[in-house]
Design a protein around this ligand. Structure first.
Ligand code: ATP
Length: 356
């Protein structure tokens, strides 16, 4: 199958700044794909290169098999929804949505008919004559979506499109965007710095940092099997313990403790062991089950917080503070600050990444 977008060896420099650093990426036809990373990581620049709003300094960019080179945005089978929506304030909803078709020379009646279909799709029927200033943020967002979809793009690019909405509306729009994408079968490429949003919505996610593409995978792959320290830390919450690989499936932690942690890295490699807070068990000192002694540590509780659906402990282990999350238990069974404890985990619960 031809990829919707195929990026090979793309670099983008702005003077001295390397905004995107030699990335390779394939986005499939019909895929909901997120580009995720902290501010300045290069995700927007990558999206803008697909859109034709920036051109690569080096590398190849194909859309459905065709090299797009320096083709302008309106000559590519893509369209973009911007964070600020960029609606025409003096035009009605209907005219905003039909604008792209009118520019292509479509007759007014055909453009209005098609705009009507899109307005219905994004659930704005009845508001056709309003101006953007007479709409809520969520409604403006829908107009921007309808306007970008009216030309039937094969790839829809979305640049933090939910950034301006409050949390509740944002969550609602996440679900709607996802079902809209399924219904249309068009590839959506979505830029966000919000990892929860990316995990909720996407088929696959590309994690970027400092212009580099660090990992591409499903939410589960990124969460369960991160390739490096940055991804382990950025996706969800985790405890990262510095260590060095020994032999025999063991690693040596920062304080000299040897722990069983099978991993593919060669002896002597500096690594970090990722332990998710919910994957750790906690009990009174010495309560470690016999079959978990090789994956246990001793510590002292420094804080306990009751969060309703869970209890969160901060546990001081010599040189490091770990977070442990458990199901709630009756108050007399909870551990508290100052308690000597042991923590332990299943051998399958840890994950060792190179320390880069
Ligand atoms: P944000 O979430 O803050 O938008 P981002 O991950 O999308 O960040 P980019 O906008 O792609 O990051 O920017 C990547 C780097 O390139 C940043 O260091 C940025 O300052 C720089 N950059 C982006 N556009 C330009 C430009 N037109 N001229 C110079 N530098 C730029």
């Amino acid at each position: 199958m031809t990829a919707a977008v195929e990026i090979a060896g793309i670099t983008k420099r702005f003077g001295e700044v390397v905004a995107v650093d030699n990335i390779d990426l394939q986005i499939d036809d019909g895929e909901f794909f997120a580009m995720l990373g902290p501010s300045g990581c290069g995700k927007t620049t990558t999206l803008r290169m697909i859109a034709g709003l920036e051109f690569p300094t080096e590398g190849s960019l194909k859309i459905f098999g065709n090299e797009v080179g320096t083709l302008p945005p309106n000559k590519r089978p893509v369209n973009t929804v911007f964070q600020n929506y960029a609606l025409f304030p003096h035009m009605s909803v209907r005219d905003n949505v039909s604008f792209g078709l009118r520019m292509q020379g479509t007759t007014k009646s055909e453009a209005n008919r098609r705009a009507g279909e899109l307005i219905e799709l994004v659930q704005l029927t009845g508001l056709e004559s309003r101006k953007p200033g007479q709409l809520s943020g969520g409604q403006q967002q829908r107009v921007a979506l309808a306007r970008a979809l009216v030309n039937k793009p094969k790839v829809l690019l979305l640049d933090e499109p939910l950034g301006a909405l409050d949390l509740k509306l944002r969550q609602e729009m996440q679900n709607e965007l996802k079902s809209l994408q399924r219904e249309l079968g068009v590839s959506f490429v979505f830029v966000t710095h919000d990892q929860e949003e990316a995990l909720t919505m996407s088929d696959r996610i590309a994690v970027m940092d400092k212009g580099k593409l660090l990992q591409v995978g499903t939410a589960e792959e990124l969460y369960e099997r991160p390739l490096n320290r940055f991804v382990a830390d950025f996706i969800g919450q985790t405890n990262l313990l510095d260590a060095t690989v020994a032999d025999d499936d063991m690693i040596v932690l920062g304080n000299g403790t040897k722990i069983k942690a099978p991993n593919p890295h060669s002896p002597g490699t500096k690594v970090a062991m990722s332990l998710r807070p919910e994957a750790i068990e906690i009990g009174r000192r010495g309560d470690v089950p016999a079959d978990h002694v090789a994956t246990s540590l001793n510590g002292v509780v420094s804080a306990m917080n009751y969060l309703g659906h869970s209890l969160v402990y901060q546990v001081k282990i010599d040189w490091i503070d770990l977070e442990v999350r458990t199901d709630p238990v009756a108050s007399e069974d909870r551990l508290g600050p100052g308690d000597d404890v042991s923590i332990w985990w299943d051998r399958t619960a840890d994950w060792v990444v190179p320390d880069e």
